[in-house]
Design a protein around this ligand. Structure first.
Ligand code: OOG
Ligand code: MG
Length: 256
């Protein structure tokens, strides 16, 4: 199948809020390279629609997340500025198919970062913000069931994100073991710590810079980087109240 056609199918799934079959059902030989091309066409279409690239996300960087969707390789996607949801606000479920939420650490750099040899030291030296965050996922595939190339083509299920304001930049030595809980309607459903993400979520930024370098792209200063879900995701629907509780800050939203 033509790559552009696949990107259009995914876009129609978003617009009609109707899940589709994984692309790999029809095309079992869909390669990872083709999948990233489909993702890239999706980004071009969004930009042509007036949307703005505001960052990147890593996915499947923790064992909990890999088990969540039964795909065992880190992936990357892009973030658009209209995906951001205000902390404490409402989240529109009528725009989504079957949303899920997961706790993450978000990073913003003050220097551009790129290249195949990026090191953890370079990431540390370039940090502007390290903040608690949550990601909203919404796979365009039925039952969140897909293979590696499908989820890459589908921009890694990206649908939204909320950023906290508690800058943890001076607490990096503690970051990996800061506890986080995810509550739905007051009930704790997931608990975890950022160590789940590659041992240190800053290593996810290193991995992202390396993945982007392969395509001649870089992380720009001010971009939002989601480092990957710490726990399995939690599904929610209209009426649910979600709280992602960190030691210094709680991120909430009401699904409407
Ligand atoms: C794939 C996206 C994975 C993460 O943080 O691991 C992801 C999915 O779970 O649908 O965003
Ligand atoms: Mg995520």
């Amino acid at each position: 199948m033509h790559l552009k056609e696949s990107a259009e199918m995914l876009r129609r799934a978003v617009e009609s809020r109707t899940a589709i079959q994984p692309l790999s059902n029809e095309n079992p030989s869909l390669s990872l390279t083709d999948a990233y091309s489909i993702q890239g066409i999706g980004l071009e279409m969004a930009i042509a629609d007036g949307k703005r690239l505001c960052g990147y996300k890593m996915g499947l960087t923790s064992r909990a997340k890999q088990r969540d969707v039964n795909v065992f390789e880190p992936i990357r996607g892009y973030l658009l500025s209209d995906m951001e949801v205000e902390k404490g606000g409402t989240l529109d479920t009528s725009m989504r198919i079957h949303p899920r939420v997961e706790p993450e650490v978000a990073v913003v750099l003050r220097e551009p970062l790129w290249g195949p040899d990026v090191s953890l030291r370079q990431v540390q030296a370039s940090l502007a913000l390290v903040v608690p965050a949550l990601e909203i996922l919404d796979s365009r595939f039925e039952a969140f069931s897909f293979k590696l190339p499908d989820v890459v083509a589908d921009n890694t299920s990206a649908s939204g994100f909320v950023l906290g304001r508690d800058n943890l930049i001076d607490r990096l030595s503690e970051l990996s073991l800061l506890g986080v809980t995810v509550k739905k309607n007051g009930v704790i459903l997931e608990t975890g710590a950022p160590a789940a993400v590659l041992g240190d979520p800053l290593l996810s930024v290193v991995a992202l810079a390396k993945l982007l370098a392969k395509e001649g792209k870089r992380i720009e200063p001010g971009m939002v980087i989601l480092t990957g879900g710490i726990t399995a995701s939690v599904s929610f629907s209209k009426g649910d109240f979600i709280e992602v509780v960190w030691p210094g800050e709680t991120l909430t939203f009401r699904a409407v």
